[in-house]
Every structure is written in C-alpha cells, then in structure tokens.
Ligand binder design. Structure first.
Ligand code: ATP
Ligand code: MG
Length: 396
C-alpha cells in the first residue's frame, strides 16, 4: 500500500484527439509547481488520471502548490494498493478509516456513504453489493461514531477497483479548474497598478493562456514605487500563469504631448488609444495572439461602450476584456482570493490619474477624436518610436 495524491481534471476530458496535449502540459505544470518544494516526488499519468508520489508522504506543501495550478479539478490524497480479494479489502478499508478519522479515539461522530466503483468489471463483486457490505462493516466497527447519510455525508468513502490497483480515498480538495497554462497561446496583458488588470490576467491565464505584460509609466509623475507595485503584481499573477515578460514603457512624453495639444475632456481616450497601439506593437513582436485589459463596462468614463468602441478602433488584434460584465465587488473578491488585493490598493499614483480631466467625455465620437489626434501629427511619431524603442524588459 502507498499514499499518494490523485489529481483529477475535468474539462480536459472532452478534448478528443488532442487530449494528450492538455494532459502532458498539465503534467509539466504540476512538475514545475512541485519542483520548488524540498521533497522528491514523481508524477505518473495513467488512463485519465495523474498520480503524484512522494518519498516523504507529507502532502501539505504539495497540496498548497497544486491548488495554484490551472487545469486541476480535485486533489485527493489516496491509499493505493495492488488488487486484493474482497475479504482483504475489508481489512484495508477498516485500516484506512481508523487512520484517517479515528486515530485519536472514536469520540467524533460522522455521517458517511460508501461509493464503490468497479472499473475492472472482472472483479467478482458488484459495486452495489460492495457498498452495502462495507457500509455494514463500518457501522458494526464504529456503532457510536458512524451513521449513514446517502445525500450529504461528512465522509464520502470512495473505493475504485481498477485493473491494476485499488484506490481508497475520502478527501477531495478543490483545485482551480480551468485549462493548463501553455495550451492556448500567449496574450499581452495591459497591467496597471490597479485592482482590475491583475484579475483580468489571472482569468485569461486560467483558460490556459501564457502572459506577457506591458506597463505604461510616466516618470517623474509616477514614482519608482508605483512601478515596483506593478512588478509585485506581475509576480503574484505569475504564481498562477508562470513566467511573465513585463515591458515597461516610458509614456511621459506622449502623455505630455497629448496634454498640451488636445482638448482635456479627450485626454484619457486619446491616451488610451496610444496605449493600445503600443501594446499591440509589443504584442506582435512577442508572438502574442491578443491583448487583455481590466476594463469593465461602465466602470469609469473611459470604459463606457462608446469609449471602448473608440479605443478599440486602433487595434487589429482581438482585445480580451474578461471583466467586461463583472461588478466591482466580484472583481474585488477574486483579487482577494489570488492575494493581489493588498498590493493593488497601495496608494501610489497611476499615470492615468495624474492627467485626467475633471469631466472626461463619456460618449466620445471617433471622428472628433481622430480630428484631435491630427494635431499631434509631426511630433507624436517620434515620441511613439522612442517609447517603443526604449522599453525596459523585466523577466518575472
Ligand atoms: P485597473 O484597476 O486595472 O487599473 P482601472 O479601473 O483603473 O483598471 P483604467 O485606468 O481605465 O481602469 O484602465 C483600464 C485598463 O487599461 C486597465 O485595466 C489596464 O488593463 C489598462 N491600463 C490602464 N492604465 C495602465 C497603465 N498605466 N499601464 C498598463 N495598462 C494600463
Ligand atoms: Mg487603474
């Protein structure tokens, strides 16, 4: 008998002929999540299942690491054995229950249900029958502590009779679900120091997407601390998404030029158009298939559908806005869950807040914006090139 972790995955299961691509990527990601821990392990993939075995069966750190890997539905500590007779299985089940629930005495009370699955149909007893006999066995062994509840048991005792082994388990730790990172291509995340964009990056990465990121800063109007905050947020996202190449663009001159030249109520929208243009150029250079932003419909003036129509006009790549239909409080809940919130709310200045107008346009007209942008022609091109050519790259 040995103790190991059974990794169950859900959505990968429907991927047909490509399924192995997803499974192999998941195995690879599991390995890199566990490699940082100081506990030798091995990962084995068999028939729709992944098992992680340890030299030291101390699973806590491993479980913590695995709950950050996209593509995992459930993590189950299992006791696995070679196929045994039903008489022997009874003994093993009693030993499992003793060790898992009654090691400190039998004063605790639980409801339970036995859930046998006979995957190897040649095993000489039917699942229903095994459920009944094992249920009876446990009730006799722990008459004071156990009672049956088939609808909502405290302990769902799963027993899987497979062709080459038998698994016993009763604890299922929920994973993040989603798809293994590395199975969907790469996107460029516009990462600011706020609450929304880290959540947007996390959610897109959850669908298997690798991330690069771009941050526009405006020194000396935005500080080194504001930039460090973005680096810290990228590190938090990278716990889930894997390595991120963060591009830091010096946006000061472009911003100043727009500020000096264009109507103030149009500043934000014109600035955002330039951000998107630069982000797209960097995305294409880095083989990204799309852009990601933290915009949510109606959250601020620059995020009305009218504004986004005008902003979007400069891009040819798809722009993914995973938060477009989210309420702020739902975004905050995810931000807290991924441990980004505390960092996001640090009060450092943002390049957008410094140059915002008091009354930004909420229904900008494309023709009017384009007309204003004409005023920038002649100088903006060089500033644009300079911003792109002097980009600082930080590998996260
Ligand atoms: P966030 O909470 O992500 O900062 P926000 O609510 O402050 O978003 P805006 O400032 O309008 O909204 O920005 C909308 C989106 O544009 C952000 O979610 C982000 O994707 C991108 N963005 C804004 N400012 C920057 C910046 N300085 N660098 C990179 N991307 C930015
Ligand atoms: Mg912001």
């Amino acid at each position: 008998m040995s103790e190991m972790l059974l990794i169950k995955y859900s959505e990968i299961g429907v991927k047909g002929k490509n399924r192995y691509v997803f499974e192999d990527m998941l195995v690879k990601n599991i390995k890199s999540a566990l490699r940082v821990l100081d506990n030798p392990f091995s990962v084995r993939k068999t028939q729709g299942r992944i098992y992680v075995t340890y030299e030291e069966p101390d699973f806590d750190d491993a479980v913590a690491a695995l709950t950050k890997v996209f593509g995992i539905a459930w993590i189950c500590p299992v006791t696995q054995m070679d196929p045994v007779t039903f008489e022997e299985l009874k003994k093993r089940v009693l030993a499992y229950m003793e060790k898992t629930y009654f090691a400190g005495g039998t004063d605790k009370k639980y409801t339970f249900k036995v859930n046998c699955r006979r995957i190897d149909k040649s095993y000489p007893m039917e699942s229903m029958n095994m459920n009944m006999l094992l249920g009876e066995l446990l009730l006799n062994e722990y008459p004071e502590s156990l009672s049956v509840d088939v609808h909502d048991p405290d302990i769902m005792l799963s027993i899987e009779i497979r062709h080459h082994d038998i698994n016993i388990y009763s604890v299922e730790i929920e994973g993040l679900n989603g798809m293994p990172v590395g199975t969907a291509g790469k996107a460029m995340l516009l990462l600011s120091g706020g609450i929304d964009s880290p959540v947007a990056g996390y959610l897109v990465s959850k669908r298997g997407v690798n991330l690069d990121a771009v941050y526009f800063h405006a020194p000396p109007y935005t500080s080194e601390r504001a930039k460090q905050k973005v680096v810290d947020l990228a590190k938090i996202i990278a716990r889930y998404s894997g390595p991120i190449r963060l591009h830091v663009v010096n946006f000061t001159d472009i911003q100043m030029k727009i500020y000096e030249t264009c109507p103030h109520e149009e500043l934000t929208i014109i600035m955002r158009r330039y951000m998107m243009k630069i982000a797209e150029e960097l995305a294409l250079k880095n083989n990204c298939l799309g852009l990601v932003t933290g915009e949510s419909i109606g959250q601020v003036a620059s995020q009305t559908m009218y504004s986004m129509l005008v902003t979007n006009e400069v891009c040819t790549l798809p722009v993914y806005r995973p938060l477009c239909a989210f309420d702020k409080m739902d975004i905050v809940a995810i931000s807290e869950k991924i441990d980004a919130y505390e960092t996001s709310i640090l009060p450092y200045e943002d390049c957008c807040t410094i140059f915002v107008a008091k009354h930004p346009a909420t229904k900008p007209k494309l023709e009017k914006i384009q007309k204003s942008e004409k005023l920038l022609e002649g100088t903006i091109e060089e500033l644009y090139r300079q911003a792109v050519d002097t980009v600082e790259i930080i590998e996260i």
